[in-house]
Write a protein that binds this ligand. Sequence first.
Ligand SMILES: [Zn+2]
Length: 627
Amino acid sequence: MSKMTDWQWKETMIQGCDMIDEFLKELERPVINLAVVGMTASNSRYRELEPIRYPAYAFGRMGSSNRKFRTEAGLSCMEEITMDSRRHILARVAVFFLLVLGVKLWAADRVLVLQQQTRDPKTGAPTLAKKTIDPSKTAVIIIDPWNFHWCMTACQRVASMAPRWNRALECARKLGMQVIWAPTEVASMYAGMPQRERAAAVPLIEVPELRKLVAKFTAPGGGCMCGPGISCEVNYGADGIAPALVIDPNDLIVSGRQETYSILKHKGLDYIIYMGLHTNVCLFGRPEALKSMYEAGLDCVLARDLNDAITLYDPQQPYTPDDGTAQTDSDLEKAGIPTINFVDEMRKVGLWNSDWVVDSVRLAPWGTVARPYFFEEATRVALTCPWPKDVEIRYTLDGSAPAATSKIYAKPFPLRETTTLRAAAFRHGRKVSLEGRGFYARLGPVPPQPDVYLDQIEPIKESYPWWFSFWHPVFNRSFEGKKLLMRGRIYDKGVGMRAPANLRYGLKPEYDRFVARVGVDGNLRHAPPADYGLFVDKVPSEPGGEGMGEMFAQQPSVQFRLFIDGEMVAESPVMRFSQEPWRFDVKIPPGSRLLNLTVTDAGSRSVLDLADWADAGFVLKNAANPK
Ligand SMILES: [Zn+2]
């Protein structure tokens, strides 16, 4: 389309300024130039219109332009406003509240004036500067918006940011920006999707090395974001982009430095807005990411409201992952990388609807029912809400929905029992955020070793056909015949199962308790990747070529349940890869006949739902020497 046809015009006659406001709100695209023509235009309330909302409004009286506003806007707006004679006449006869508007709507090839922020490398003092960009020459690159992260707090934070990101990307597309997804390791999962195929077909051009970018990240980190207590183990279980994120048909999905650079060059995209995660690792250092494209000479900025760093959580300070992200963003600003508040920019051009509720209260640590956070005696939970500002966070611990009368959050507080936590932000008694919901499960004490292990007694035969409709439990080995392994520890005694499965035992009067440590079998991590179809000999990051559960670690989910005479007497939470084993120590009521050890697939069938019962068996009554 030519420049002129990109401009859209709306012309209307409106009585009174309040109606003009209404009219502007109804427009789908932001008003970039607004010409007010009429008898009273020069002294109308338009002078008071918030310049942020109408960054380039211009006034005219009887069709004449106002040079002051035109110059400020940096646009030749009035030249393109043509008035036919009929409208001139109308304007002339208009009574004092009758206005004729020519409203010029945002066009893809028009400029946007952003406020960029950098910091003095020594003092950290922020510097604000205006930056004029052409949205049609702008890319938004999202780094590693994975559907799974080994740290459950990190994973939940991504999920909680998705609504804000979706709306922000919607706005970016409306402005004509090119949205580019860079899911790095898992880009191959998008083979066959047009967004990936269009990107992969780009003619490659050499990437120049024009400058260096050095950033010093100062936020404490290095482990998981869950804080003190049981930490998440590193693995690479992601196999795609977070399902809550919306990929548009016109977006691109890229892989690798040269491909990314080539696309930007071929499309003439020279202003790159980075978002995604983690700011201090992948968003900075990946081949598709900020450092790489900056060094190739492209103008790169960070959306400081659309990223997350991986840092630590310290409830004592308190220091939350949001503090870590803010600190990391300012480290980048000190390194000379400007940041923008993307949502604020969209608000300025009228694209952001302030009625959108897109942010949730964030929790640290952050487990869910589907992937619970385990703790031993107590854990301290922090609640944060970076957006919206000036809110009260209120929460409940009894599973009920947070209300304006719920307990107000002041600082990290302890949980000592298995708890469902729900939190939301309120302003003047009105809920202004999405809900943040967490699930925290308290582990019981470590059970003693059994006196009678399961391999020493015979289970009861099942009535369904054993040879076909049942995965056979394996004694003292994992279901796959490997050593029983959970969170790096090998167990000699126990049972390996593939869920769903069970083992039923007749109970003897001398049995006092059933004990076991249970969880997802950990061999997925150490299996040669080829076992699971990954055709690599060695995973370079791991000594000895041991895998990290690549693209699979998110899949196993099982739940253990104990039944005595048909009644459930104990169950584990949903168990995921690398969880600390759940602890069973269950008293057997006198006169009980049957114990059924069951494992369910927790609602999602997977061939990787491999469950281990370790050190499982019976503690006897009056045992001479309890172990
Ligand atoms: Zn974690």
